[in-house]
Design a protein around this ligand. Structure first.
Ligand code: IMP
Length: 424
């Protein structure tokens, strides 16, 4: 039995796509379990660049079953565009399966996402405006529309009409907005999309369970990251799903006893998009250097990412809340040619040492990082084995491991698949 989960252990964008791609090639089934097309995974194979938002990147490997699980919120237009792009590049999607239980992102979700952000003004969250929050709101409020509803035309029509009426009223009467939806148009448009998606519909919990029981290799690919988790992250500057490993169980409909390994992906530094406190954030030339060398600009929105030193308080938090069995430490090549690399080992707040990641944002905003300095390293992008890494880089890897409390099993020294070193 081999079921592995990969999650982001920081604020997302840890370079999960590369690790997922490496492990997907060896997997029989690849499963996405939360989030929506707010996520962006870029994979380069044989010089060809693929940008994924909803479809697991395992689709690039013939014979790999790719599952979009019940916990994912699906923009039908978005996923169809992704499928069309794949077809244009000669990639088959016959092994794609979409959960009948997954919720559908409707056009009013996207409108409401934008309106709510505007309404928040200076306290906006900086969402991707893909309708993710409003779709999960409807799910939790029990008025959402699921893939299986499409298969029952009367139910589907009634739900769309009811939602459109209510959302129109909210847009107009609560937010004073002028966008109004026409239920007939929405029905026609969405029936068109869902008809095309119907061949992919399945009870994906059965596919995943059977695969694990048959001893196949199953990979659960996370989107976003631990600190964007709606329960455990820097609330309210979070997404509306559960990017931690526990989210995989619910979002893929798989029990925790069926999972063997939980790998957390971290970068050798930290980035975040959107708003909210970020203790190790760099506002100087060093921050700019890391952003440029690391190409830290959003895949989905193109926004420049905020950058900062590695934060082991966050790393430890991720190890604890996701029960990580291993760490993949990415992009340490980006830190090349820095004389002294800093690593945050704790925070200081009002003169006291803080060793655990605080729940309150107000507390977090007051936290000053306590740094350790380590000697840097030069260009390591051509190194392919751990033993060849400079001693200073090895010391950095070991320190991350010690401070976070899980073994670093992979180190990334560049964007390509072969620039991934297994630690002996
Ligand atoms: P939402 O998921 O669009 O509602 O956005 C909520 C917050 O999560 C915002 O700060 C986004 O920038 C952030 N976010 C959502 N998806 C990602 C991602 O894939 N990587 C990094 N940040 C993300």
């Amino acid at each position: 039995m081999s079921a592995k989960v990969i999650i982001g252990a920081q604020w997302g964008d840890e370079g999960k796509a590369k690790i997922i791609d490496i492990l997907s090639e060896q997997s029989d089934v690849v499963v996405r379990s939360q989030g929506g097309n707010n996520a962006g995974h870029t994979v380069t194979v044989n010089g060809e660049v693929y940008k994924f938002h909803l479809v697991p990147s395992g689709i690039l490997y013939p014979g790999t079953t790719c599952v979009v699980g019940n916990g994912v919120v699906i923009d039908p237009k978005g996923i169809l565009e992704e499928i069309a792009l794949l077809h244009n590049k000669g990639i088959s999607t016959e092994n794609l399966r979409i959960s009948l239980r997954a919720h559908i992102v409707m056009p009013y979700h996207k409108t409401l996402d934008g309106i709510k952000e505007e309404y928040r003004g200076n306290s906006d969250i900086g969402t991707t405006k893909k309708g993710i929050g409003p779709c999960y709101m409807d799910k939790a409020e029990r008025s959402g529309i699921r893939m299986c509803d499409y298969l029952n035309p009367e139910i589907f029509e009634a739900k769309v009409r009811e939602n459109v009426e209510l959302k129109n009223s909210i847009i107009k009467n609560v937010y004073n907005g002028d966008v109004q939806f026409d239920a007939d148009q929405v029905l026609e448009e969405y029936r068109g999309y869902l008809k095309q998606l119907e061949p992919y519909f399945a009870d994906t919990t059965v596919i995943v369970y059977d695969a694990i029981k048959e001893g196949k290799k199953v990979l659960f690919e996370g989107a976003q990251g631990t600190l964007l988790d709606i329960d455990l992250g820097t609330y309210p500057y979070v997404t509306s799903s559960h990017p931690v490993t526990g989210g995989v169980c619910v979002g893929a409909g798989v029990g925790p006893t069926l999972i063997d390994d939980c790998i957390g992906v971290m970068k050798g530094y930290v980035t975040r998009v959107g708003k909210g406190p970020f203790p190790t954030e760099l506002f100087d030339e060093m921050g700019e250097q890391i952003r440029n060398v690391g190409h830290e600009f959003g895949t989905t929105t193109g926004r420049p990412r905020r950058t900062g030193w590695f934060d082991a308080v966050i790393g430890k938090f991720a190890v604890r809340t996701s029960g990580l069995t291993a760490i993949a430490l990415n992009k340490i090549d980006v830190l090349a040619d820095i004389d002294k690399v800093k690593i945050c080992v704790a925070y200081k707040k009002d003169g006291a040492l803080v060793k655990e990641f605080p729940a309150s944002l107000e507390d977090l905003a007051k936290c000053e990082p306590v740094y350790e300095e380590m000697d840097g390293w030069g260009d390591i992008t051509n190194i392919r084995s751990y033993s060849e890494l400079p001693e200073t880089a090895k010391a950095y890897v070991k320190r991350v491991e010690e401070l976070c409390g899980a073994k670093v099993t992979m180190v990334g020294v560049g964007p390509n698949r072969d620039q991934n070193i297994y630690v002996d």
